[in-house]
Design a protein around this ligand. Structure first.
Ligand SMILES: C[S@@+](CC[C@H](N)C(=O)[O-])C[C@H]1O[C@@H](n2cnc3c(N)ncnc32)[C@H](O)[C@@H]1O
Ligand code: SF4
Length: 282
């Protein structure tokens, strides 16, 4: 049901444009007020990969994780440095989503969770998973999830469709905060391989407007600059990354940059929906 509403919502150009406009105004006002009050800015949303590869190969995966052939985990020390740097730039990050790929594939997930909580004591932290490896939520990982107040979000695909009872039982018995989506029957394609879209125009409809993505010391307004390499070796978007460790960087300026269109937005277009299926194709 939720997925259907989200799909209806992002399929309506007018509603998306209006929502994004209002969000943009709110974020600018928030920055303005914080600067006036001599407080640090807030980043409203951040995504990170706990693993870039996956144990399910959804055709058209937004992050191209279905195309990642080798194990690809973040470096834990780099992750800690990055989060602590963002902790100095921002008063808080409201919502942090650890995803991938499939985050439950990463044996170091407990450490990533604890580092995230240490840097942002007040953030809503979510782990987004396809649920196949839910039994890994035991021991050290379970302790980290519960001690750090993490919510586990399950995207429900066909392979787990008949197993929601099991999932709920596991989570409830272990006092894990969780959410399970409705069965996901459709996926969307947003790539314009010709690269001839007009960034200032596509951005008005961009469903990734709140997908700020951090990877290995660099941040961008969406995951595309970091993930496109899995889709096409000939497209490079490295110019779109911002080095968060650059001297003199401040959170307000970073927020402003992250709201602007990127040159790589020319590879995006309006979403086109298709039936969810498995397959190692973009
Ligand atoms: C990239 S996945 C990673 C986390 C985890 N593997 C999962 O599937 O939930 C994060 C979210 O993006 C959604 N997603 C990925 N590709 C999509 C697509 N082509 N269309 C719509 N939603 C997509 C997934 O359903 C999921 O909720
Ligand atoms: S489960 Fe599907 S959507 Fe999620 S990362 Fe894997 S391939 Fe992508």
């Amino acid at each position: 049901m939720t997925h259907k509403i989200v799909k209806m919502f992002i399929s309506s150009s007018f509603v998306v444009a209006l929502y994004l406009k209002l969000l943009h105004i709110f974020l600018r006002l928030d920055d303005f007020a914080r600067r006036a009050l001599k407080r640090k800015p807030v980043l409203h949303y951040l995504e990170l990969h706990a693993a870039s590869h996956c144990n399910l190969n959804c055709k058209g995966c937004f992050h191209f994780s279905n195309l990642v052939k080798t194990n690809d985990f973040p470096d834990v020390k780099q992750y800690a440095r990055d989060l602590s740097r963002l902790g100095r730039l921002y008063e808080n990050i409201k919502n942090i989503r650890l995803l991938g790929g499939e985050p439950l594939l990463n044996p170091e997930l407990p450490m990533l969770i604890r580092q995230t909580r240490k840097a942002f004591p007040r953030a809503n932290i979510h782990v987004v998973s396809n649920g196949i490896l839910y039994k890994k939520l035991e021991g050290e990982l379970l302790e980290a999830v519960n001690a750090c107040g993490v919510t586990i979000h399950i995207s429900l695909y066909k392979p787990m469709a008949g197993r929601t009872g099991e999932l709920k039982q596991h989570f409830k018995a272990r006092k894990i905060r969780y959410g399970i989506s409705g069965l996901i029957l459709n996926f969307a394609n947003y790539i314009n391989t010709k690269g001839d879209s007009i960034p200032s125009s596509v951005i008005r409809q961009c469903p990734a407007s709140r997908c700020t993505f951090l990877h290995s010391g660099h941040i961008a307004r969406c995951p595309l600059p970091f993930t496109i390499g899995h889709f096409s070796k000939s497209i490079s978007m490295k110019d779109e990354w911002i080095n968060i460790h650059e001297e003199g960087l401040d959170g307000f300026a970073l927020n402003k940059t992250l709201r602007k269109p990127m040159a790589c937005c020319r590879y995006c277009r309006k979403l086109e929906w298709f039936d969810w299926e498995m397959g190692r194709e973009a």
